[in-house]
Design a protein around this ligand. Sequence first.
Ligand SMILES: Cc1cc2nc3c(=O)[nH]c(=O)nc-3n(C[C@H](O)[C@H](O)[C@H](O)COP(=O)(O)OP(=O)(O)OC[C@H]3O[C@@H](n4cnc5c(N)ncnc54)[C@H](O)[C@@H]3O)c2cc1C
Length: 382
Amino acid sequence: MPLPTPNSAWAAGLDDFRELARTFCQKEIAPNIERYNAQKHVDRELWHKAGEVGLLALSIPEEYGGGGGTFAHEAVLFEEQARAGDSAWGVSVHNGIVAQYLLEYASEEKKKEWLPKFASGEMVGAIGMTEPGTGSDLQGIKTRAVRDGSHYVINGAKTFITNGGFADLVVLAVKTDPDAGAHGVSLIAVPADTPGFRRGRVLDKIGLKGQDTAELFFDDVRVPVANLLGEQEGQGFIQMMQQLPQERLLIAITAVAGMETAIEATIAYTKERTAFGRPIFSFQNTKFTLAEAATEATVARAFLDQCIERHLRGELDVRGAAMAKLWTTERVNKVVDDCLQLFGGYGYMTEYPIARAWTDLRITRIFGGTSEIMKEIISRTL
Ligand SMILES: Cc1cc2nc3c(=O)[nH]c(=O)nc-3n(C[C@H](O)[C@H](O)[C@H](O)COP(=O)(O)OP(=O)(O)OC[C@H]3O[C@@H](n4cnc5c(N)ncnc54)[C@H](O)[C@@H]3O)c2cc1C
C-alpha cells in the first residue's frame, strides 16, 4: 500500500519531486538497509547515484551546480528517507548542514570548487564540532588551529562525526584563539586527503547502525588560510548559532516522519495480527494507544509545518527551532515506544522496522543539542 503524501502547504507543487525522492529511497536504499547496517556504512556509490538523479545539494543555487531549490526540497527528501525506514544515509548532514555552511561562509572560489562536487556526490561532507571531552558546551572545544604563514596547522580530535568514515570534506570547529571564549572559535573546511588527517574507527551504536559515525584525528594538519569559513577568525560560534536552527528543524522533520511511519505500520500490523480470536486492533487498549499516538503526530505535524513555513520565509528563530526539536523528538520516542509494545515480541526483532525506529530515533533527543540544552535555550527567552 503506497504511503500517503503529507498534505502540507509548504510542499505544494513538489509532488513530482516527492515521487522522485520516494522512488529513489524505496528502490536504491530500502532493499539494502540490512546490508548497510551490517557493514556500518552505505555504499559510496549511493552518493554518486543520488547526484546523478539530482538529490544532492538541492537547495544550493544552480550556479554552484546545485538543484536551485529551497529548504522545502530538502524537507521532502528527508521525509521520504524516513518513510523508507532509512537512517543510514547521512544526506541530511551533507545537504542540509555542510553544503549550507559552504554556501553561506566559504569564499566564492571555494564555493565553486566544492559545491559542484557536493552536488555530484564526488565529495561527501561532514561537520566536526563534538570532541571526546565536550559536546553540549561547544565553547570548551580544544582542537586548535594555529596560523603559520598562509596555512593553519590543526591539532585535535573529534568524535561522533556523522559521515566521518567516508567524508571528503569536514567543516571543523576549532579554536583559533584559546583565550577568547566563544570569540575564539572558527570554522575551517578540512579536505580529508590532507596529510595528518586520520579517521578512527566507525563507532558501534545502539541505533543508526548503517551510519558511519566516526572519530577523527588531526595531527599537524596544514590547510590553506583560504579554507577558513567567513572573512575573519572568531566567527565560528556565530556561524553555528545561525545554522543550528536549520539543523534542529531537520531533526524535527525526521521525528515527525518517524511518528507518522510508525503509526501507519502499527495500524496495519494490529489489524492483521489476531489474539483471543480477534484482531489486536479491536482491543480498546490498542485503539486508545493509537488514537493518542495519531493525535500526538497530528499536533506535531501542525507545529512542524508552521516551523518549516517560517523557515522558508527566513523567520524561524533559535527559540522556535529549539521548541520544534524538543517537542517532536520527545514525542516520537514515546509514540514509537508505544507502537513497539503493540507488536509484542516481533517489535523486539531488528528485522522489523518498528524495532529499528525505536533504536534509531533515540538519538534525536541527544544530537543537534540535547533536550536539556533545548530547554536551556527556550528558558532564556522566557
Ligand atoms: C549518532 C550520533 C551522531 C552525531 N553526529 C555528530 C556530527 O555529525 N557532528 C558533531 O559535531 N557531533 C555529532 N554528534 C554529537 C552530538 O551532537 C553530541 O553527542 C551532543 O551534542 C551531546 O554532547 P555530549 O555527547 O558531549 O554530551 P554532554 O554535553 O556531555 O551531555 C551529557 C548530559 O549532560 C546534559 N547537560 C549538558 N549540559 C547541560 C546543561 N547546561 N544543563 C542541563 N543539562 C546539561 C546533557 O543534556 C546530557 O544529558 C553525534 C552524536 C551521535 C551519538
